[in-house]
Design a protein around this ligand. Structure first.
Ligand SMILES: Nc1ncnc2c1ncn2[C@@H]1O[C@H](COP(=O)(O)OP(=O)(O)O)[C@@H](O)[C@H]1O
Ligand SMILES: [Mg+2]
Length: 373
């Protein structure tokens, strides 16, 4: 699956843009602030219905305009799909071949995309919420049942917390309603925990292989899934927490409290990993995500590598390029403020590539000779 063409109107710093891509390698070159990340985000928005930068629809409208529109022509096995994402200042409109979804979440996993950014190491440094969000996004793209359970779980946590709040205000608690929430949380929470555990088992060997290919030295890596939900006594743990839940007015036990522990040489990488090790860790994780998504969805995801070479040393860059060349067979986008460095990608490479020069929201195709010619 790949994106053939994009058309943007009033999307972030692009007032108007039309661009055709290579189905293999696309290099976006341009100074800082020129719009490389915004273009990658537009592609991500079409694949996943939202920005990877966490921007809302209003923020994505070009300054002083009232709407934006992003259109993408995607192709798979000679079948074409026209994806459209519009926002008119009030309403978001997302369609595939002009047809809207009943639920937007149905789009997730059909056009998989993965983004690698220099901020990925936040995943190590930040709190457990970020790691859950990362794995939730991965498993949701891989498995619609996971996504459905997650939506249900999030809904019932909100409902239950609202009920706890009412109780704390001294209002009557509807026990039947509370039991129904508990039942739903137990059911969807168990699905989530079981799938988190089993997908992690599939991800782990790929991740470990990639880490060892990227790292200059031998290091032992591991990811541990921490949950109480798979404890045989979880139902009791959950019920025992009820009085605490009432005091704090929120649910304290469940998969929304899970964490994933990132380990290197038997220690937490957060405390003991060097910057280089941390970067390698998240890059290996993202590329393992690529493999898992490809296997689960049957589509090679679009890989968006945003400024990833920045702050990587030359040895790691070389190893990363070798790994990507060997394992990534789908469409690839790379943004780089210093294209001289990334041009290494298409020297000695028989793949089709295009290089785009971005300058303040306008783009031209570079006439660099293609390696295939
Ligand atoms: N809604 C918007 N309207 C106009 N410009 C925007 C909007 N959102 C972001 N930008 C501009 O886009 C630029 C950043 O683009 P970005 O893609 O991050 O650049 P790069 O990745 O090439 O460094 C900034 O100058 C920012 O002000
Ligand atoms: Mg950028």
């Amino acid at each position: 699956m790949y994106i053939e063409k994009i058309s943007l109107l009033n999307f972030k710093n692009y007032s108007e843009l039309e661009l055709s891509f290579s189905k293999e390698i696309n290099l976006l070159a341009g100074l800082n602030g020129s719009g490389k990340t915004n273009l990658l985000d537009a592609i991500y928005c079409l694949c996943l219905t939202k920005s990877f930068l966490g921007m809302n629809d209003q923020q994505m409208i070009h300054t002083n305009q009232g709407y934006f529109s992003a259109l993408g022509w995607f192709k798979e096995n000679s079948k074409e799909y026209k994806l459209q994402y519009d926002f008119d200042g009030k309403k978001k409109n997302f369609t595939v071949d002009k047809k809207p979804y009943h639920k937007l979440s149905e789009h997730i996993g059909k056009f998989p995309a993965i983004v690698l950014t220099p901020h990925d190491t936040d995943l190590i440094r930040n709190g457990s919420e970020d790691r859950r969000r990362f794995f939730d996004s991965l498993f949701s793209q891989a498995d619609p049942i996971y996504l459905e359970a997650l939506i249900r779980y999030t809904h019932f946590i909100k409902q239950r917390n609202a009920l706890l709040k009412l109780a704390a205000e001294g209002r009557f608690i509807d026990r039947i309603l509370m039991d129904a929430y508990d039942h739903n949380l137990m059911q969807s929470g168990t699905i989530i925990a079981q799938k988190r555990a089993s997908y992690l088992q599939r991800l782990l060997p790929i991740f470990q292989e990639y880490y060892s290919l990227l790292s200059p030295e031998y290091e032992n890596t591991h990811i541990e899934y921490e949950t109480k939900v798979l404890d045989p006594n979880f139902e009791k743990i959950y019920q025992d927490s009820y009085s605490k839940d009432l005091i704090l007015q929120r649910t304290n036990k469940g998969v929304h409290k899970d964490d994933f522990k990132f380990i290197i040489n038997s220690e937490a990488i957060k405390q003991y990993g060097s910057q280089g090790q941390q970067k390698t860790f998240v890059i290996a994780l993202k590329l393992a995500q690529y493999e898992l998504l490809k296997a689960c969805t049957g589509h090679a995801p679009i890989l968006l590598m945003d400024d990833i070479f920045d702050k990587l040393d030359d040895i790691r860059i070389e190893k990363l390029i070798a790994l990507v060349q060997k394992h990534v067979h789908g469409q690839l986008f790379i943004s780089d403020a210093r294209p001289d460095r990334s041009s290494i990608f298409f020297k000695s490479n028989s793949k089709d590539f295009r290089m785009f020069i971005i300058d303040q929201g306008s783009i031209s195709l570079s006439n660099l000779p293609s390696s295939t010619s």
